[in-house]
Design a binder for this molecule. Sequence first.
Ligand SMILES: C[S@@+](CC[C@H](N)C(=O)[O-])C[C@H]1O[C@@H](n2cnc3c(N)ncnc32)[C@H](O)[C@@H]1O
Length: 271
Amino acid sequence: MTSSLSRVGFGFYLLGCFVIAWDRIMSSEHRFRGALSEEYSLIRLAIPHFEELQACVGEVVSRYPSDDGGQRIQVLEIGCGDGVTSAKILSSRKDCFLTALDSEEKMIGQASANLRRDLQDNRCRFVLCDALAHLRSLPSGSVDIVASALALHNMERSYRDALNAEVFRSLKPDGLFVNADKFVMGDEQRFQALQVSLEKLFDVLVPLGKLDLLREGVLHNVADQAPDRVMRQEDTVEALRRLGFAPIEIPYQDDLQAVLVASKPGLAEPG
Ligand SMILES: C[S@@+](CC[C@H](N)C(=O)[O-])C[C@H]1O[C@@H](n2cnc3c(N)ncnc32)[C@H](O)[C@@H]1O
């Protein structure tokens, strides 16, 4: 009797573990809730090579071929924040429609305000949602370009792996995954880069007296380096290759900041 009860108890324990693990994979954390969303325009002043990353996303998007049938190409952006990357994408070409996702209401509010004109012109929409949940709802092969800047390094590895797989599935053949972010290489470089990031946060926020924001920024930067979160360039390229992306190119790299452009192979020519 006691042993069957303990077996039932163990079963519930396993079920609980499964539910918690599944919930972590399925739903995003909210690492930008509060001040980091409200004052993101200050935080981004302290991000190394910020302008170069954004410019490179725009340039890669601009080079993607137009649709033969004259349709607008579909671009999906993961983690749009206040819309800075969205603006680069939209100004890079006229023949695209952008769906930009973010899980923070304040970010979606700022992006919608900053790109009011593009919204009015029906060039984009901003969606408050979890990126993985949104990708899972898309038909396979329905998106031309998935773009993202400085969003994926915020995610836990298991979530990011699931997200990358969904990006591959939802892209059309010959579609592009453009990921501009900070990617760790070696431990020494990782340590130096953390030091530079923290110094920049101090330099920007202390003169403004934004000490609470400084605290949040420092803790956020340190937490980016947690073992279950840190995004290593080599692992990322390998994971994308295993999913089927080829080729994978790196048109921009400076310190940790890099832009990875992964292509989904096209349909084989009929033999
Ligand atoms: C550092 S901001 C980057 C914003 C902009 N792309 C830029 O380069 O400045 C990262 C954004 O990703 C969003 N984000 C993080 N995880 C997400 C998820 N799982 N689903 C949707 N948005 C997410 C955050 O809310 C945040 O606004």
